[in-house]
Each structure stands twice: as structure tokens, then as C-alpha cells.
Design a protein around this ligand. Structure first.
Ligand code: PAF
Length: 281
């Protein structure tokens, strides 16, 4: 596995892969790798000859300086894990390498899929995401790029980015990975105390309850949302949102017709967690 920090070397290495007609995949990450990221690598391996990963904590997508400062960084361990998982190339740029120094960088504005959920409660977040992902797509020009369904709205925002800006890249989705007790894997879990981790379990429990309720015939969005909301608040979680949305447009629905996505965000202590589940009738 090679580790590259600068754009010039990255371009040279990727050029040689292109000349050898290798297909290239990209797994963009912000590091603090866990099993969820490694499952993205597995998808990438099945769909390309050369698996590339980027590790970059993108300042543009944090709407709180505190959150950016507290984001976990475990680079040494990440590189070990990436190598073990079979990644061929890791790109670890500095902020100065990707963004101009001392001036406002060009920014993109995310499309309609970014309208609700995290887009409302973290203003500018998805603009930062589509900006950095576009930079990465321009640098790597990958054949495929893999994103996790854990960040369900992000996945839809990226799919819209690729459609609207006509990027020549196939977006592949990798299923959300949970621990045995249901907690969705997230880099932010590293910041939970043992007691907070127990509180956090109420998120997946509430989502599983909702899925089962819909399986059993429930269609009333208001009732499901209220029940999930009370379950979370009863466990000390400060709810950011509980929403049931159309799976493609990410707009709220009032009734579950065939399929919808239940998405939740909340603070456990000062750690913001998100989770989601597909509701199918
Ligand atoms: O999902 C993430 O880790 C980030 O939002 C991404 C896609 C790497 C962009 O910084």
C-alpha cells in the first residue's frame, strides 16, 4: 500500500494505473476507520483493480468549530487497517494541499436532497461535503466510488451531485453495519463513555421497533415519529430530528405507502449520532 500526501505524486501514480488500464475505485473517508469503512473497501475491491482511499477531515463540512476540533484522528491505526483490508493507495492530504491558503475556497451548493434532516440542522454541511467530494472526484477520476448507507442522506446528496454535474463515476452503496447489540458503527462512537454507549442503544432499538410496527401494518407517520421521539428522550437523548422521508427525494411523507426511510439524529452527551432504517410495508 502506498501513502500519498501531495496532489502531484497522486496524479503521477494514478496516471500509471490508467496507462495499465486498471479500473480505479475511491473510498472517501475522514479516518477513524471502523468495520463500516472496511465494508466499503470490500465493495471497492469487488468492483475495481486498484482500491484508493482518502483520509481527510474536511473543515468545510463542519458547522461547529468545536465538533471539528473533537473529531477523532487515529491515522497510524487507520493506515494499518487500510493495508490489512487490501487498500492499494491512501491519499492523506493536508488542508493546505486541498484548499487555497488564506482565502475563501470555491464552494459548491448541494442540491435538493440536502434540504431537510442534517441539511436543516447542520447548515452548510452538505455544501462542504459536495465540495470536497467533487475535488476528490476531479483528482482521482475514479470508475467507482463507494459510500455507506449509514449516511443515508449523504449518499442521496452525492448521487444527485453526480447526476447534476455529470461526473463520470458510478456510485456504489454499502449497507450500514451494526454492532451485535444494534449500535450503528460510527467514528463518533469512539467519543462515547460506557454509560453514553448504553443510552445510544435506544436509537437502534427505536428504529427496530418502528420497522416491526410497519411490518405489522402501521402506516401513520405521526404516531411512529412520536413514539421514536419519546423513546429517545426517555433515554436522555437530545433529539435533533426524527423524520420519515421518501427514499429518493428525501422529502417528508405523511403516510407510509410502500417504502420510506426513518432517519434520526440526536446528541448523546455532546456526541451527535445519526442512524436510519428502511421501512417497508
Ligand atoms: O462520510 C464521510 O466520512 C465524509 O462526509 C466524506 C464523504 C469523506 C466527505 O468528507
Amino acid at each position: 500500500m502506498i501513502v500519498i500526501k501531495d496532489i502531484e505524486s497522486l496524479r503521477a501514480v494514478l496516471k500509471s494505473h490508467r496507462i495499465s488500464q486498471n479500473s480505479i475505485s475511491l473510498v472517501p473517508t475522514m479516518g477513524a476507520l471502523h468495520e463500516g469503512h472496511l465494508s466499503l473497501v470490500e465493495v471497492a475491491k469487488k468492483n475495481s483493480n486498484v482500491v484508493c482511499m482518502s483520509i481527510f477531515v474536511n473543515p468545510l463540512q463542519f458547522n461547529s468549530a468545536e465538533d471539528f476540533k473533537n473529531y477523532p484522528i487515529t491515522l497510524e491505526e487507520d493506515l494499518k487497517q487500510a493495508e490489512k483490508a487490501g487498500v492499494d493507495l491512501v491519499f492523506v492530504p493536508s488542508t493546505e494541499e486541498l484548499y487555497p491558503k488564506g482565502q475563501q475556497p470555491v464552494r459548491l451548493i448541494a442540491g435538493s436532497c440536502a434540504g431537510g434532516l442534517c441539511g436543516s440542522t447542520r447548515p452548510g454541511h452538505f455544501d462542504g461535503v459536495v465540495t470536497v467530494v467533487s475535488i476528490l472526484f476531479n483528482l482521482f477520476n475514479p470508475d467507482v466510488a463507494v459510500f455507506g448507507e449509514k449516511d443515508f442522506q449523504q449518499l442521496k446528496v452525492i448521487e444527485q451531485l453526480v447526476r447534476d454535474l455529470h461526473f463520470d463515476v458510478k456510485i456504489l452503496a454499502a449497507p450500514l453495519v451494526r454492532q451485535e447489540d444494534g449500535l450503528a458503527l460510527s467514528s463518533r462512537n469512539l467519543r462515547l463513555s460506557a454509560a453514553e454507549r448504553v443510552q445510544a442503544l435506544s436509537i437502534s432499538k427505536a428504529l427496530f421497533w418502528a420497522k416491526e410496527a410497519v411490518n405489522q401494518g402501521a402506516t401513520e407517520v405521526k404516531m411512529i415519529k412520536e413514539r421514536v421521539y419519546s423513546e429517545l428522550t426517555a433515554n436522555g437523548i437530545k433529539v435533533d430530528y426524527v423524520e420519515i422521508v421518501d427514499c429518493q427525494r428525501i422529502s417528508p411523507v405523511n403516510k407510509i405507502e410502500k417504502q420510506a426511510q426513518l432517519a434520526v439524529a440526536g446528541f448523546v452527551g455532546d456526541v451527535r449520532l445519526i442512524d436510519n432504517i428502511s421501512l417497508i410495508r
